[in-house]
Ligand binder design. Structure first.
Ligand code: PLP
Length: 396
């Protein structure tokens, strides 16, 4: 049998795949997925935008193109990043990626040698853990609280690991915890990156999905005066994930390196999709669309939190996000979260157990709930089932 490379996880480690599969039974109400609400996709508008892309750019859309991406779209994204995130950058600072997942992968490929330290929030996005692990990263977990990554702990970690090259953070409505990093900490992260000469990978897929009344906090990148912050975002949560379209903004030296690495990965991102998204942005009010998405998610999140208060056993804690798609639950006293998952599945309700969201030691009894793609009546029913299952698990 030919051996796989060390990057391939050992057999049986696709724990999340197994969980999502077992939760796919139609009788199960699954809060395990992480999908945007499909009924809100602007299908008609995208159809028109795609027609326009073919009409105006047919040949270029179907031809090989630049690895950096379509100029028109990059200019639109730069304008938007300046208006929304206070990021000042030029064309040479932005590259399109095949989803923001590719930006994480390219950063891993560009910086991580086996054994290199990566500093990250715990918990954090499980696919980022998988990507960095595939390049042999050694994780250094940095504690969080309700204001995001603790910068005192971050500085301790940087002192303990002077060889670290990368800090990974999701400052807005983090996946999986729903937490947001405070303004002071964003400034501090940028300051620490400069002081310890380390890159920050600021992953911002959820920043626009902000609930009414919630103040917008500028990006870490906007406080970056020394070119240490690499910013990535995506169309996945504001338009549709099927397009696989993201972007990365960084200093031009690094963008050149990332472009070379991208070329060897997939040559370029889909041109047609880039022209179509560019036309969509030109012809539609994407902010009005984002407002609509945020309103629906906000209602779903409110109902989930209300139901949790009503139906979960006493002592169970959950976060209460002001945006994004997820909340994080902690059940004290539970030792084996996967066992808890199995017990809940018997009640026909599912979540993602917390373990894979940790780069180092998982905190038992934690799990992620998704509310974005679940109608209110299903949230009511699902959280009631979950409440019963948790009560049983706690009593046994
Ligand atoms: C924190 C975070 N980063 C990156 C991604 C990847 O998104 P995409 O590749 O669809 O842009 C996701 C997807 O859920 C995410 O939650």
């Amino acid at each position: 049998m030919v051996e796989f490379s060390k990057r391939v996880p050992a057999d049986g480690t696709d724990a999340v795949g197994v969980i999502l599969n077992s939760a796919s039974d139609p009788n199960v109400i699954s809060f395990a997925g992480g999908l945007p609400a499909g009924e809100l996709f602007p299908i008609k508008e995208m159809e028109k935008a795609t027609d326009e892309a073919y009409e105006k750019h047919g040949e270029a859309a179907m031809q090989y193109g630049s690895a950096s991406g379509v100029v028109e779209l990059r200019k639109q994204l730069l304008k938007r990043s300046e208006e929304k995130e206070n990021i000042k950058a030029e064309l040479k600072n932005i590259m399109m990626t095949t989803g923001s997942e590719q930006a994480l992968d390219l950063m891993g490929k560009t910086f991580i040698n086996p054994g290199d330290a990566v500093l990250l929030e715990e918990p954090t996005y499980l696919c980022a853990v998988d990507v960095f692990r595939s390049y042999g990263a050694e994780f250094v977990g940095v504690e969080m609280d309700d204001n995001g990554m603790r910068t005192d702990k971050l500085e301790e970690a940087l002192k303990a690991h002077p060889e670290a090259k990368l800090i990974y953070t999701i400052p807005n409505y983090q996946n999986p915890s729903g937490r947001t990093m405070s303004l002071e900490r964003r400034k501090k992260v940028a300051e620490l990156a400069a002081k310890y000469d380390v890159y920050v990978l600021e992953d911002n897929p959820y920043g626009d999905i902000r609930f009414a009344g919630e103040e917008h906090i500028p990006s870490i990148k906007s406080f970056d005066t020394t070119d240490h912050v690499v910013y990535t975002s995506t169309f996945s949560k504001i338009l549709a994930p099927g397009f696989r379209l993201g972007w990365v903004i960084a200093n031009d030296y690094l963008i050149k390196k990332l472009t070379v690495m991208k070329q060897s990965a997939d040559l370029q991102t889909d041109n047609l999709v880039q022209y179509a998204c560019s036309a969509f942005l030109k012809n539609n009010d994407i902010d009005a669309h984002i407002k609509e998405i945020s309103k629906v998610y906000s209602e779903r999140k409110d109902r989930m939190v209300e139901d949790i208060k009503k139906y979960f056993p006493k002592g169970v804690q959950c976060t209460n996000p002001h945006g994004g798609m997820f909340l994080w639950v902690t059940v004290p006293g539970v030792e084996d979260t996967v066992e808890l998952f199995k017990q809940c599945l018997k009640h026909n309700v599912a979540f993602v157990p917390g373990d894979p969201f940790f780069g180092t030691n998982p905190v038992p009894g934690t799990f992620r709930l998704n509310y974005s793609c679940m109608p209110i009546d299903k949230i009511d029913e699902g959280i009631q089932r979950l409440g019963k299952a948790l009560q049983e698990a706690i009593e046994n």
